[in-house]
Design a protein around this ligand. Structure first.
Ligand SMILES: [Zn+2]
Ligand SMILES: [Zn+2]
Length: 184
């Protein structure tokens, strides 16, 4: 199965799928929320994610680079640092010359992005927002199987931000244990 990464959020598509799976599983158990309530909260979640993305897309170009540095691999020689992390506890906004725990500057983490068109930065930032949402979803999810799927997607999206790839979801979602047919 391949999910295209157009304007629509991969996470939303996946959440839709998970909702169906979870619902199927919980068929016999009692559910307190009515269908319209579920639809309402899902819709507002959708809107929240879209609003968050629009806010990030409206950042100035440099602020986008600063945000992406946290999720981008250091371009320093032989450095395998996977994202800029501040070295102190200060709350002030980072600058390009701020040091990382890997001892390279923040700028070293976005050297490969500096010549990219803004559209590409927005695509990456869209995934970053999804990564953040996935992180929250992992921590709040209690069903261990759903958690596993979230974790898989979290890692996939995280990797795609690092490699500048487009996420392709394959295997786990389209196969059992989720949709094992009753007949064989
Ligand atoms: Zn480094
Ligand atoms: Zn670093």
């Amino acid at each position: 199965m391949v999910l295209s990464y157009g304007g629509y959020s991969t996470v939303v598509l996946i959440e839709n799928q998970l909702n169906v799976l979870v619902k199927n599983k919980k068929n016999s158990t009692t559910s307190t929320a009515s269908k319209s309530e579920q639809y309402g909260s899902h819709l507002s979640n959708l809107q929240k994610i879209q609003q968050k993305k629009q806010a990030v897309f409206a950042f100035p170009y440099n602020k986008k680079l600063l945000k992406l540095a946290v999720y981008s691999k250091c371009q320093g020689d032989n450095c395998d640092c996977m994202g800029w992390k501040r070295t102190d506890n200060s709350q002030i906004s980072p600058t390009f010359t701020d040091p990382c725990r890997c001892e390279h500057h923040l700028e070293t983490h976005i050297l490969h992005l500096k010549d990219k068109p803004e559209q590409e930065l927005n695509r990456l930032l869209g995934m970053v927002v999804d990564v953040d949402n996935m992180y929250v979803a992992i921590n709040r999810e209690e069903n261990p199987e759903t958690k596993k799927v979230y974790l898989y997607l979290f890692k996939l999206l995280r990797k795609c931000v690092l490699t500048l790839d487009t996420p392709i979801v394959e295997g786990p979602l389209g196969q059992p244990p989720f949709e094992k047919p009753l007949y064989s």
